[in-house]
Design a protein around this ligand. Structure first.
Ligand code: MN3
Length: 200
């Protein structure tokens, strides 16, 4: 099925001062739109036209690099917009998610340290993740448009974009500062919980 770019689930200025209107205008309207446009062109005659987005991502990985890069980034960004909200982040987690982080990731403080470290140490463009595999949470990082969906068949429930286009306008080269702001002030824990409940 053809890819479509939905509007942001909040106003362009809703995430300030942690993520600016200018960043969201470029990131959503230019970068994500380009993945949608290029993905649709590459989807034609790929043999995967009738599949779901998740299946297109999984089935193009390692076989059709152009389609995979665009479909993978479309999948990642559809969730990324929903992984953030105004007045998000911090330690006020839904109880069920807190329990999973305590048992699988060593508690909130260790999750925060390890997730920020994953994003900081991803060399070049990519993403840092929390994914569910066999009912358990795990932190990982991937390059470019890849995700836990194509690495070991895990289900992403939280991800942060560490491509420079995601933070350079607001943080310049200070990727760790961007990651701290994402965790402390932007994460939409309700959406993370929704994906967690579907994945376990
Ligand atoms: Mn991006």
């Amino acid at each position: 099925m053809a890819f479509e770019l939905p509007p942001l689930p909040y106003a362009y200025d809703a995430l300030g001062p942690f993520m600016s209107k200018e960043t969201l205008e470029y990131h959503h309207d230019k970068h994500h739109q380009a993945y949608v446009t290029n993905g649709n062109n590459l989807l034609k005659d790929s043999g995967l036209e009738g599949k779901s987005l998740e299946d297109i991502v999984k089935e193009s990985f390692g076989k059709n690099a152009g389609l995979f890069n665009n479909a993978g980034q479309h999948y990642n960004h559809l969730h990324f917009w929903n992984w953030m909200k105004k007045d998000g982040g911090g330690k006020k987690l839904p109880a069920k998610l807190q329990a999973a982080i305590d048992s699988d990731l060593g508690g909130y403080d260790k999750f925060r340290t390890d997730f920020i470290a994953a994003g900081t140490t991803q060399f070049g463009s990519g993403w840092a993740w929390v994914a569910v595999k066999d009912g358990k949470l795990a932190i990982s990082k991937t390059a470019n448009g890849e995700s836990p969906l194509v690495h070991g068949g895990a289900t992403p429930i939280l991800g942060v974009d560490v491509w420079e286009h995601s933070y350079y306008i607001d943080y310049r080269n200070a990727r760790p500062k961007y990651l701290e702001a994402f965790v402390d002030s932007l994460i939409n824990w309700d959406y993370v919980l929704e994906l967690y409940e579907k994945a376990v």
